[in-house]
Design a protein. Structure first.
Length: 353
């Protein structure tokens, strides 16, 4: 039976992977973005979710079986994050035509559910790791919670099922994304190779030595589709990671090796990428011009601030995925392979040399 999906944020890391998976499995896919890009098998929908009238007009006539919300807009404070991002979810769900049959709405959030918002990231009293879904909300304002509340309220009103998906740091391809560790590290490694600088781990001793995990965008897309089509997964929140764990002391030299450079010895000093890469936009422009790369603007590829936030955390961060496993989700992705596959895609698309 033909099924229709609406992927919100279809040009982003998670949205593009989800749209590609659904299209490949025969779904009719509508991809909503403020500025849609060409995607095979995806019907573009241009809308600004901050504008309720524009959103309703763009969604008229679309009656999806499943909605995948994979977008957010970063603001200068958590109060503004809450105001803007909750309104975007509300405008989306208010603007959709009322369901005429079963509908599932999946919301992608993340581990800030457990770690707190950027203003208080990894500080104060935090739940014990590995993080588990039954660990409740922190006693702090968080735009993830506000987004969830909008989904819960609309589900009560319209009668659809929902799922919430909490990935760790996502590895995937998208240009202009504000949270993109994989591409950030690829650009940083390329600059280090170009300049002869050491490939220096930017984070904390806790991240260098402690166990951690990550989430490949394809793994997350598979998880979203699984939840949307598995009755037992309805009205549940899930962690979703690759299924392996690693230490950055092991991963960092592997990343360096892919680029043909040596990883610097870590001496325990935090050296943020924002400082290491400051003023290097001209170097990237020179590399891009010489190599004929598709994107000469460093700021469109690297999000050093977000990589610094993740790699600078003072605590070990590991995620439990037993809930999904018990319900039958068996997806697995080795994280080093996820990085290497991303680097290959970036190279083939002329985004890195």
């Amino acid at each position: 039976m033909a099924r229709t999906a609406l992927v919100v944020g279809a040009s982003g890391i998670v949205g593009s992977a989800t749209a590609a998976l659904l299209a490949g499995q025969g779904w009719t896919v509508h991809g909503l973005a403020r500025r849609p890009v060409d995607q095979a098998g995806v019907v573009p929908v241009a809308a600004d979710l901050q504008d309720p009238d524009c959103t309703a007009q763009a969604l008229a006539g679309i009656n999806p079986d499943a909605v995948f919300i994979t977008t957010w807009l970063r603001q200068d404070s958590e109060a503004e994050n809450i105001r803007v991002n909750s309104a975007m979810v509300r405008n989306l769900l208010d603007g959709l035509p009322a369901p005429t049959g079963p509908r599932h709405v999946a919301l992608v959030t993340g581990l800030k559910h457990y770690l707190g918002p950027f203003e208080a990231y990894g500080k104060g009293a935090l739940p014990q790791t590995p993080f588990r879904e039954e660990q409740g909300r922190l006693d702090v304002e968080n735009f993830y919670y506000a987004q969830e509340d909008e989904v819960f309220a609309a589900a009560e009103r319209d009668g659809f099922t929902w799922s919430v998906h909490r990935p760790h740091t996502v590895i995937g391809k998208a240009v202009g994304n504000v949270m993109n560790m994989g591409t950030t590290l690829a650009v940083y490694a390329t600059i280090c190779r170009e300049t002869g600088r050491p490939f220096t781990f930017p984070g904390s001793p806790a991240q260098w030595e402690g166990l951690t995990d990550m989430t490949d965008a394809g793994q997350l897309a598979e998880h979203l589709l699984w939840a949307a089509t598995t009755p037992a997964a309805a009205n549940q929140a899930f962690n979703v990671v690759n299924g392996d764990v690693f230490r950055w002391s092991w991963m960092w030299p592997r990343l360096a090796g892919w680029f043909g450079i040596e990883a610097a010895t870590f001496d325990g000093v935090v050296r943020p990428l924002e400082q290491q890469m400051a003023g290097h936009a001209y170097i990237w422009r020179e590399i891009a011009g010489r190599e004929g790369l598709a994107e000469p603007d460093l700021s469109r590829l690297a999000s050093a601030w977000h990589t610094d936030a993740d790699l600078g955390r003072p605590i070990e961060v590991v995620t439990d995925m037993s809930k999904s496993r018990r319900m039958g989700f068996t997806g697995y992705r080795a994280t080093d392979d996820a990085f290497f596959d991303l680097f290959e895609r970036l190279r083939s698309d002329r985004l890195i040399p």
